[in-house]
Design a protein around this ligand. Structure first.
Ligand code: KG4
Ligand code: ZN
Length: 356
C-alpha cells in the first residue's frame, strides 16, 4: 500500500476492552479488533482495575498484530499511531499509550494521545460525516454528559453527572437484580418482558434547571424496591423492576436533553444535529425515545452502530485522523491522565470525580 494514503492505527485500553483498529482519512475502517474482558470481571460484578490492566498487558500486542494483518498493511504504511491517553483506569491507559509510543518510535511516525471522550464524540464524523457543531449526549459506564461539539478539541459542556454515570446505574441495577455483567444489555433484555409502570421510581433532576444528571438516588430506590420484594421475588417481579428502572433512567435523560436542546437551539441556530455516543447508546429504548424527542424539536438524531458506540479502537484511530489533519501530534513523553475533562472551562462537579 502506498504511503500517500493516510492510515492511522488506534489503540484503546482505558476500561475493560482491549482494542486496536486501522482507519483511513477517507472514513474506511480497515480493521477493528475488540477483545472484551467481560468473563474476567463477571465474577466480581464490575470492572476490577488490576485485572483489567494485566489483561491489557497480556493481549495488546496480539491485538495490534491482528489489526495490522486484517488491514493488510505494514508498520511502514502508517501515517500515525493514536492511543487513548485518558481519562480512565490508569493502569490500562498506560498499556495502550506505552505500546503506541513504542510503535511510533520504531516506525518513526507521529504519536497522537486521544481523550477517550473525544473518541466517542467524533465517531459520528467517521460513520456519518456530520458537520460541526452538534449536540452530543455521551452516555457510558464512566460518563453522562451533554456536550456541544464545536470543533476537534473544542467542547462546551452543558451538563454532567453530579454522582453516578447512567451506565454505572444500569450495571449496579443488574447486579442488585442478579442479572449478570455487563449490566446494560442484561437490564434491557429483562426489561423487554417487564411492566415499566409497576414500580414508582424517582426521575432524578427532572424539572430542575440546567442539564446536569444524577443517578445515585434512582439506584437507591431500586435497591429498596428489590429488598421489599424479598427472597421470593419471581422472574416477572425482576423483569418489572428492570423495566421500571430503564424507563425512569431514560425519562430523566430525556428531560435533561430537552433542556440542552433549548440552549443549543438558541446558541447554535444553524445546526439541526443531535448525536448519541457511548455504550448506553446501544440501548434501543433510549434510541427510540430520543428519536421521538429529536423529531418533535425539529432535529435529526444520528447514532453510530452499536459496535462503534461501545469502546473500540476505530473511534480512537478516527480521532487520530482528525487530529493529524490539524497537525495536532504529541511528544513521546506524553503523560497518561486518569482525569481529563473535555471542557476544561466547565464548572467542577466535585462528587463525580473523573466522570466529570
Ligand atoms: O462506552 P462503554 O463501552 O465504556 C465506557 O467508556 O464506560 O460503555 C459501557 C457501558 C456499561 O455501563 C454498559 O452496561 C452500558 O454501557 N451498556 C448499556 C447497553 N449496552 C452497554 N446500557 C444500557 N443498555 C444497553 N443495551
Ligand atoms: Zn467509552
Amino acid at each position: 500500500m502506498s504511503k500517500k494514503q493516510i492510515l492511522v492505527l488506534g489503540l484503546e485500553s482505558s476500561c475493560d476492552e482491549t482494542a486496536a483498529a486501522v482507519v483511513t482519512a477517507d472514513r474506511r475502517i480497515l480493521s477493528n479488533v475488540v477483545l472484551s474482558q467481560t468473563d474476567a470481571h463477571a465474577p466480581f460484578g464490575g470492572v476490577v482495575p488490576e485485572i483489567a490492566a494485566r489483561a491489557h498487558v497480556a493481549q495488546m500486542d496480539r491485538l495490534v498484530d491482528q489489526a495490522m494483518r486484517q488491514a493488510n498493511i505494514g508498520y511502514d504504511d502508517l501515517s500515525a499511531v493514536a492511543a487513548t491517553a485518558g481519562p480512565g483506569l490508569i493502569g490500562g491507559v498506560l498499556v495502550g499509550l506505552m505500546t503506541a509510543k513504542a510503535i511510533a518510535a520504531v516506525a518513526d511516525v507521529p504519536l497522537i494521545g486521544v481523550n477517550h471522550l473525544e473518541g466517542h464524540a467524533l465517531t459520528v464524523r467517521l460513520t456519518d460525516d456530520i458537520a460541526f457543531p452538534y449536540l452530543l449526549l455521551l452516555v457510558s459506564g464512566g460518563h453522562s454528559q451533554l456536550l456541544v461539539v464545536e470543533a476537534v478539541g473544542k467542547y462546551r459542556r452543558l451538563g454532567t453527572t453530579i454522582d453516578d454515570a447512567v451506565g454505572e446505574a444500569f450495571d449496579k441495577t443488574a447486579k442488585m437484580l442478579g442479572l449478570g455483567f455487563p449490566g446494560g444489555p442484561a437490564v434491557e433484555r429483562a426489561a423487554a418482558t417487564g411492566n415499566p409502570d409497576r414500580f414508582d421510581l424517582p426521575r432524578p433532576m427532572k424539572g430542575r434547571e440546567g442539564c446536569n444528571f444524577s443517578f445515585s438516588g434512582l439506584k437507591t430506590a431500586v435497591r429498596r424496591a428489590r429488598e421489599k420484594l424479598g427472597d421470593t421475588a419471581s422472574a416477572q417481579d425482576i423483569a418489572d423492576l428492570a423495566a421500571s428502572f430503564q424507563k425512569a433512567a431514560v425519562d430523566s435523560l430525556m428531560d435533561r436533553v430537552r433542556h440542552a436542546l433549548e440552549i443549543f437551539a438558541e446558541d447554535y441556530p444553524d445546526s439541526r444535529h443531535l448525536v448519541i455516543a457511548g455504550g448506553v447508546a446501544a440501548n434501543q429504548y433510549l434510541r427510540d425515545q430520543l428519536d421521538d424527542l429529536a423529531q418533535s424539536c425539529g432535529y435529526d438524531l444520528t447514532v453510530p452502530p452499536p459496535s462503534l458506540c461501545t469502546d473500540n479502537g476505530a473511534m480512537i484511530a478516527w480521532a487520530g485522523v482528525e487530529r493529524l489533519n490539524l497537525g495536532l501530534t504529541d511528544p513521546l513523553d506524553l503523560a497518561a491522565r486518569a482525569r481529563w475533562p473535555l471542557d476544561a472551562d466547565a464548572d467542577p462537579a466535585p462528587f463525580a470525580g473523573y466522570k466529570a
